[in-house]
Write a protein that binds this ligand. Structure first.
Ligand code: MUC
Ligand code: MG
Length: 382
């Protein structure tokens, strides 16, 4: 009997520019548009897989830009994969790692499309390829980042009232520390026990700022501070983790399993914000999760503010994780003015639902893709 191997036939990349519902003010950039890089892979049996590799604020958040992600895939990753066995995702990961160092977000987009294609061909959700889902939904935070305390309070009240979110992450680090602490205290006073308040500094503080900041935040009733100091400051993160009761979470410091091991080893965080894109794909993210678990650290499902596509992929993986001590922030599609999935991800009762159906459980809406697509999408064929 001759069994035919399904091959990778065609890899297409495209950039979408989707306006946000309001300015999203972070310490390093104000987002008015989110730029997503999408990958569509066509396989020799007629099946298809889709993936996303998205960053935040151009080059202001991390080392990969949307244009660089597209170029890395078109120029180096796609040529290494065309004609390869579509069902062997580990084999593809090895090939990709051989031709490209770093470039984790680009790798994520391609790897996601491979997992999606495999799941669709097998008729199972990607969660099953990672051992099976143990959650049907997950708690989901919202980020308050309008840049104005009163607007943030109104937004928080609306979300609680609608039972959409009762966990809020406040973006701080742009203003002087005392002003930021006062802003957080005002919001915590307004919502009281109805919500959990956390902050993300996106690396903006020095260790000195962070000492004042953590003391003030803790007194204000804030429960967690994310990446207060630069990614490589493990000693400073360790001092802050040890020195205060408020939980310290690593985000920018976690770029794949090697970083995860270094952060665990240095006791440089209480909690790991695991981002699929920052980890370098679903498989590497599962390894980061395993390291956090083995080190007894808390877990949180982090986002790069992906569209529904990247969000669906992340939900597949995180639905397989036994305990997410701090929940997730998979709200990306809700920040965007346009929905690119044929069927949007559902949010209800302070949770996000895990999409059902084969693969990542998501299909693109072709009209929306055409509408938001930047010119210059490219396709590589065998
Ligand atoms: C980050 O640094 O965590 C996640 C949520 C949000 O509002 O921004 C992102 C980035
Ligand atoms: Mg963060």
């Amino acid at each position: 009997m001759v069994t035919s191997v399904t091959k990778i036939d065609q890899i297409e990349t495209m950039i979408l520019d989707i306006p946000t519902i309001r300015g999203h003010v972070l310490s390093m950039a104000t987002m008015r548009v989110q730029t997503a890089v999408l990958v569509r892979i066509a396989f020799s049996d007629g099946s298809e897989g889709i993936g996303e590799g998205t960053t935040i604020g151009g080059l202001s958040y991390g080392a990969e830009s949307p244009e660089g992600i597209q170029s890395a895939i078109d120029t180096y990753i796609a040529p290494a994969l065309l004609g390869c066995d579509a069902d062997n995702v580990n084999g593809a990961i090895q090939r990709i790692d051989k031709v490209a160092k770093g470039n984790r977000i680009a790798k994520t987009a391609v790897e996601t499309a491979l997992w999606d294609g495999l799941g669709k061909r097998l008729g199972v959700p990607v969660s099953q390829l990672f051992g099976g889902a143990v959650h049907g939904n997950l708690p989901v935070a919202w980020t308050l980042a309008s840049g104005n305390s009163e607007t943030d309070i109104a937004e928080a009240r609306e979300m609680i009232e609608a039972r959409r979110h009762n966990i809020f992450k406040l973006k701080i680090g742009k203003r002087p520390v005392r002003e930021d602490v006062a802003h957080v205290a005002r919001i915590k006073d307004a919502v009281g026990d109805a919500a959990s308040i956390r902050v993300d500094v996106n690396t903006a503080w020095s260790l000195q700022d962070a000492r004042w900041g953590l003391r003030g935040l803790q007194e204000a009733g804030c429960e967690l501070v994310e990446q207060p100091v630069p990614a490589r400051y493990h000693r400073a993160m360790a001092e802050l983790t040890r020195g205060y009761e408020i939980a310290v979470m690593a985000d920018e410091a976690l770029n794949g399993p090697e970083d995860a091991l270094a952060v665990a080893d240095a006791h440089a965080a209480d909690v790991f914000a695991v981002k699929v894109a920052q980890s370098g794909g679903l498989k590497r993210a599962s390894e980061v999760i395993a390291i956090a678990q083995a080190a007894g650290r808390g877990l949180y499902g982090g986002t790069m503010l992906e569209t529904g596509l990247g969000t669906a992929a992340a939900l597949q993986l995180f639905s397989t994780v036994e305990t997410l001590h701090w929940g997730t922030e998979f709200f990306g599609p809700l920040l965007l003015t346009g929905e690119i999935l044929a069927e949007p991800i559902a949010y209800r009762d302070f949770c996000v639902e895990i999409p059902r159906g084969p693969g990542i459980g998501a299909a693109l809406d072709p009209d929306k893709i055409a509408f938001f697509r930047r010119d210059g999408g490219r396709t590589l064929k065998t």
